[in-house]
Design a protein around this ligand. Sequence first.
Ligand SMILES: *Cc1c(COP(=O)(O)O)cnc(C)c1O
Length: 400
Amino acid sequence: MTVPELADKQTTNGLDHPKSNGVRSNSWQQPGTSAADFRSDTVTTPTHAMLQSVQNVLLDDAWNEGGMTAFERHLAQITGREAALFALSGVMGNQLAFRSHLTRHPMAVLCDKRSHALLFEAGGIASLTGALVQSVMPRNGLYLTLEDIKENVVLEERGDVFHCPTRLIHLENPLGGVTMPLDEVRRICQFARQHGIKVHIDGARLWESVAAGHCTLPEICAEADSVTMCFTKGLGAPVGSILVGSDDFIVHSKWIMKSIGGHVRQPGIVTCMAWAALDEAFGRDPNGSEAVLLRKSHENARRIAEVWEELGGQLVLPAQTNHVWVDLSAAGISPQEWVKQGEEWGLRLRGPRMIVHYQITDEALDRMTGFLRHILSDSRRHANGRIKNSQDFRNMYSSY
Ligand SMILES: *Cc1c(COP(=O)(O)O)cnc(C)c1O
């Protein structure tokens, strides 16, 4: 097996990294450590535009609270909501929403069993709100439907003191790269409104759903009581998330944020980078028409998924946005072996989930194709036969 060397000069997908004459290059001028890193879309490096924005803020006004306020106004405007709150992380955005919405015991949060808020937020729902979690595995294996909700919700109006009433429905969109159809979100939110139940949407990667044409920002943000979105995933910023909702809700959330130390003294230095990242990867159009970089990364993800399937591999989830979930057990390869072999091909991998962000280079994509071909043409694995059962979601997610 021969592995091609990564060339010195790399090209990115649509991003302009100016080469400087005679100046030592760094990862801000050309693809850096993220060029062949498929582990996550959080591994991207800040771009030239982001760093330039910091320089401008520092020259202008290091305190620059005004910069954050303007950014929040911009987010409220493109999502069509009254107010927005900049939070240091997506976890903080979600947890502020839970804490702010959930004020009357007994109370329960109904959510997908695979939710980030349930699995990867250090049990914040329990410790910060004291709510019970009612977790549900969607019957279609992809996203929650109103039928799943109706089957598991506990309505307060039943007046049955034995049960814990659902006071908040928590949706994650997209989840594992799979988007919820807007119609389903609408059905669930309408049901929730009829029964006095709040809805929070964890839209850490909502930009991706919008870029892929599944909905517009205002369409989906109009449905829920609150929505969180991250700048640190596909958009590539180093810090920050946004929480949007009504004026009252945001005022309350701000109070909670202060009480847990989330208030930032000089926010301009981080919000400027988040704004530059948003403009660069998503653009200013709430319909996502300017999200060229995101759409390119979706195309690349789809291409990887197609190659895998053409070679006889199976997918665990459809590649609708920037995630590609490959069924490693069906291919007869352990996650450890997958990662190790990937390294030999100069690819950074982590379990069955690959994320294709916009800083992945064309060269890395070529390597990926070669790698997949190598993996699936291994005669030992064919001899072992393919295991038909897909891994359990919980196991898959444990390799995040
Ligand atoms: C990344 C992510 C978050 C936020 O996590 P952070 O660790 O704060 O970045 C929340 N929800 C989902 C679905 C995510 O992918």
